[in-house]
Ligand binder design. Structure first.
Ligand SMILES: Nc1ncnc2c1ncn2[C@@H]1O[C@H](COP(=O)(O)OP(=O)(O)OP(=O)(O)O)[C@@H](O)[C@H]1O
Length: 306
């Protein structure tokens, strides 16, 4: 089933991002399905990170719309009309909500639209313990529980309850990423692969509806890559969180993605299931930097793709 067509959670429409004279993303449209693992792939400089930065509110796109739906909203399209009438960038309905991410700053994309992300370069608090990193990620909920006062310090019951829940959530995710034994160690002391998994655990502590992962397998060895695949599949299965990832490691992309979007020079050149993408001559040509179709056919034969 092509959930990205039938049950989209994210719709990117005519997204364009210019940096001065450079067009990093050019009129890009694609959808991500609810509960799907969607991979954005493409050669270096294709515009993948720029798309991520637009989806997560770090960049305001030059043009285009990025709509995210929550809850039981039947379809994005049914609700997009009313949303565009509001300048604030989101509208809540009885059966869900729609957020126009291109209008929201990054902290609101994270807090209200519940889009979490990790970065190409790990951004943990290296001096804090592993557990503290997961508690800091839940800071907003705890501040609410303290009524934004010293309520937390003097131990208001509501705060104590929220604090307990935050620790329980942190421990749950530490178990999932197999790092309970390292809970009290500084995050910076962990091996690289463990830091990558801790970043994912931290993102999951904010209970996202969309988890955006920027090259989660970068720098991992094959065993760690396989563990990452298992972790992402179990996140999807247990929480239903939709995942959008940028990845160069094809063993990750082809094994776990439901849907692959391919960019080249800021333009979408393919969009489909991993099987469709793997055998698409345009994709192979883009990766190999080959323009001539006959040559592509020859390479496909040599590599033995079906
Ligand atoms: N903040 C910026 N200012 C100017 N140019 C930028 C900026 N961010 C990205 N670019 C340019 O936009 C183009 C797309 O870059 P982007 O990082 O999105 O590609 P990418 O597909 O993520 O590449 P990689 O796989 O190497 O990470 C590149 O030419 C890059 O130099």
């Amino acid at each position: 089933m092509r959930r990205w067509e039938n049950e989209p959670i994210l719709a990117v429409e005519h997204l364009t991002m210019r940096f001065g004279g450079l067009i990093a993303v050019n009129d890009l449209s694609f959808q991500a399905g609810r509960g799907d693992i969607t991979a954005i792939i493409g050669p270096n400089g294709a515009g993948k990170t720029t798309v991520f930065n637009c989806v997560t509110g770090f960049y305001r796109p030059t043009e285009g719309r990025i709509a995210l739906v929550h809850g039981d909203a039947a379809t994005l399209k049914a609700h997009l009309g009313p949303v565009t009438a509001h300048d604030r960038g989101f509208a809540r309905f009885a059966d869900g909500a729609v957020f126009l991410l291109e209008r929201l700053p990054d902290h609101l994309v994270a807090r209200h639209a519940r889009v979490a992300r990790t970065f190409q370069n790990i951004r943990l608090f290296q001096g804090m313990t592993v557990l503290e990193n997961l508690l800091v990620a839940q800071h907003n909920g705890l501040m609410h529980a303290s009524n934004f006062t010293v309520g937390g310090l003097i131990g208001l019951p509501g705060f104590r309850k929220a604090e307990k829940a935050a620790v329980a959530r942190a421990v749950h995710w530490l178990e999932k990423v197999n790092l309970v034994a390292r809970a009290d160690d500084p995050a910076g002391d962990l091996p690289y692969g463990d830091q990558r998994r801790l970043e994912i655990a931290r993102a999951m502590c904010s209970d996202p509806v969309l988890l955006c992962l920027d090259e989660p397998a970068a720098g991992l060895n094959p065993r760690e890559s396989a563990a990452l695949n298992a972790l992402l599949l179990s996140i999807r299965q247990e929480t239903g969180t939709s995942i959008l990832l940028i990845e160069h490691d094809m063993s990750v992309v082809m094994e776990i993605s439901d849907h692959v979007v391919v960019l080249d020079y800021g333009v979408k050149i393919a969009d489909g299931s991993p099987e469709e993408i793997k055998n698409d001559p345009k994709v192979i040509a883009a990766y190999l930097g080959v323009e001539d179709e006959a040559e592509v056919e020859k390479i496909v034969e040599e590599v033995g793709l079906d």
